[in-house]
Design a protein around this ligand. Structure first.
Ligand SMILES: [Zn+2]
Length: 386
């Protein structure tokens, strides 16, 4: 049976439609437009969301956990807890993200996350769904490792990468890599050939190294400014390339802790509304009280919204709906533009923009129902309206 959703506004997100209607059949969007232009099937279930805004479901391409669980635990109950928390914050799709850990443990986690990605079904509409794994480590710079354990970092190796890729059943979507480490350019080219987004991060690269990586196929940057060589006006380094190259998209943690709001504003001015991506980098502590939590195999202390391990920032407790509201404030954006950075733009990073991150005919019926201020009212995953 078809379902029709009505709302005061809808963001596709490239277009804003007033007095909108959206039709769903069997989990897929079958029509979208102004309600006077659409004929609703006579037997359709009609749900009127009044003054609300319909937007694509949010997509988080960098998340480690939430609700007390880390995605590397791999168990379905752990993923279910994280995925329910995400859905309660408007997120319908995500990339479970690793941290550098002993290789055997990593391979076991990848096996579980790969299977979860492969076996994702319609579900009951209460859980965000995995799109593919984000490998954050072990091919990172020692100088900009953040909290990734130094003894476990590795030179870029096709052989090790292939073991990880095999363990994940090929379900790898993003590879964060420091372009200056040994073997990086070769691995960036290989990952790109496999359709994986090679993303520059955890890096102390100089400008020419960053440019060489972009020529090799890198097209994104991971938590811009964090775990990167600082921008110097005479020695711009990796950030100089990331912020000025129109062939590169970039993501940022807009929690007000990882990057000062003024610098978030500067980032949006540099990358524009079409190349900026919001992520959370959220860890297991998200949605939980202050205390001690885990990130991969690390212990992390959480106090007043800051996550630290050994005095260094260790992920966040940010949720993506809050990132959307924050960036409206930090960079003076309207809701439509802010939503684009958490929907269409991350879908493009993954090459999934026909099916995800958009409200258009043929796309998956993954929808966030928001208040005009960007608060989540309802999340619809795969067309299931609970
Ligand atoms: Zn991370």
């Amino acid at each position: 049976m078809a379902t029709a959703l009505l709302a005061k506004r809808l963001f596709t997100p490239l277009q804003a439609i007033e007095n909108a209607a959206l039709l769903i059949d069997d989990g897929i969007i079958t029509a979208v437009g102004p309600r006077d232009h659409l004929s609703l099937p006579p037997n359709a279930r009609v749900i009127d969301f009044g003054d609300a805004v319909l937007a694509p479901g949010l997509i988080d391409i960098h998340i480690h956990g939430g609700a007390g669980h880390d995605v590397m635990e791999g168990a379905d109950a752990s993923l279910a807890a994280v995925e329910r928390l995400m859905a309660s914050h408007g997120v319908t799709s995500y990339c479970p993200t690793t941290v550098t850990a002993p290789i055997d443990a990593t391979l076991r986690s990848l096996d579980a996350m790969g299977k979860a990605t492969a076996n994702v079904g319609a579900g009951d509409g209460s859980r965000a769904r995995p799109l593919g794994i984000h490998l954050e480590g072990p091919f990172l710079s020692h100088v900009k490792r953040g909290v990734h354990p130094p003894a476990l970092l590795q030179p870029a190796s096709r052989e090790l990468f292939d073991r990880m890729w095999q363990a994940a059943g090929g379900h790898v979507s993003v590879l964060t890599i420091a372009p200056e480490i040994e073997g990086a350019l070769d691995l960036i080219a290989e990952a790109s050939r496999r359709g994986i987004c090679a993303s520059l991060g955890h890096s102390d690269a100089e400008l020419p190294q960053a440019r060489a990586a972009i020529r090799a196929g890198a097209r994104h940057a991971t938590h811009t400014f964090n775990a990167m060589r600082s921008l110097d006006h005479r020695n711009p380094g990796l950030l100089g390339a990331v912020l000025t190259d129109n062939g590169v998209t970039a993501d940022i943690i807009a929690d007000g802790v990882h990057v000062d709001p003024t610098v978030v504003d500067l980032f949006v001015r540099a990358k524009g509304i079409d190349r900026s991506v919001l992520i959370t980098d959220a860890i297991s502590a998200t949605g939980m009280p202050d205390g001690t939590y885990r990130l991969g195999e690390l212990e992390v202390q959480v106090h007043n919204g800051r996550c630290e391990s050994g005095g260094r920032l260790a992920g966040s407790v940010l949720t993506l709906d809050r990132a959307v509201r924050n960036i409206m404030q930090f960079a003076s954006l309207n809701l439509q533009h802010a939503i684009r950075m958490a929907t269409l733009n991350p879908a493009k990073v993954l090459g999934l923009e026909k099916r995800k991150g958009v409200l258009s005919v043929g796309a998956d019926a993954d929808i966030a129902v928001l208040s005009p201020a960007g608060e989540v009212i309802r999340t619809i995953v795969g067309g299931i309206v609970n």
